[in-house]
Design a protein around this ligand. Structure first.
Ligand code: G3P
Ligand code: MG
Length: 242
């Protein structure tokens, strides 16, 4: 897939997290029915090396439990309430729901004790389900992307960037080894010039986390490849007015 394949695409952040508890099946079903173009979700490994969909490395913010994700088995994680009676899904649950109906941005989190096999396990699962053409792997950690690419040479890798200048420079430098398919900057970094430079390098730009309609409009007008938003319904409304 070429970067130009995506244009003003809308990715539902942690599912449609404005409407349902983040990173739950309810949020992914809501994203699907909103007709967003894709979903973004975050993955960690459980103590028994299952790929689970949760943002933090600790369960306490988003569930009624306590403890590190990598210290709990899938069975223990499944017993927790992730909000409104939802449970923590596995990546397989989500891939089976979404299939090839939407793009999937899988963010590899790095604060997991079992992070050692995260990229390898995720690429293996995606390829087993033949969903490679729909998936963009992203991470703030360029080393995880390097390992993703090593595990699957066809993988589309997106480098996540913070606002801060030094960290961004280091990440860009390390990632030159893999030439990321896309850059995923904070939306405040994205300008006409930013997009021009990315276009010259043949890279897509997918920016996070855009929740104000004015910002959505500004970014869509710049003509970037995609935005990541908690509220895909609002983003679609804004895009329809352009
Ligand atoms: O992938 C975009 C965004 O999700 C990155 O930040 O903390 O929401 O995972 P975070
Ligand atoms: Mg994320």
């Amino acid at each position: 897939m070429q970067p130009e394949t995506l244009f003003r695409a809308i990715f539902a952040h942690r599912g449609a997290s404005a409407y349902a508890p983040e990173n739950t099946m309810a949020a992914f079903r809501s994203a699907l029915s909103s007709r967003a173009d894709g979903i973004e979700l975050d993955v960690h490994l459980s103590a028994d090396h299952q790929i689970v969909v949760i943002h933090d490395d600790d369960v306490s913010r988003t569930t009624n439990g306590q403890g590190k994700v990598h210290a709990l088995t899938l069975e223990e994680l499944r017993r927790l309430d992730a909000g409104q009676g939802e449970v923590i899904p596995t990546l397989l649950d989500v891939l089976e729901l979404i299939g090839d109906q939407m793009f999937l941005n899988i963010e590899l989190k790095r604060f997991s004790g079992s992070a050692a096999y995260l990229p390898e396990k995720v690429t293996q699962l995606v390829n087993e389900l033949d969903l490679n053409s729909k998936v963009i792997y992203s991470s703030f950690d360029p080393m995880l992307l390097i390992r993703t690419r090593r595990s699957d040479p066809q993988a589309k890798c997106g480098l996540l960037l913070l606002e801060d200048g030094f960290g961004t420079a280091v990440r860009l430098l390390v990632s030159t080894f893999i030439k990321p398919w896309s850059l995923h900057p904070h939306y405040s970094s994205v300008s006409h010039k930013y997009l021009q430079r990315a276009r010259l390098r043949g890279q897509a730009v997918i920016t996070y986390t855009v929740n104000q309609p004015e910002e959505m409009q500004r970014l869509f007008n710049l003509g970037l490849q995609g935005i990541i938003t908690d509220d895909p319904v609002q983003a679609i409304e804004v895009r329809n007015t352009l």
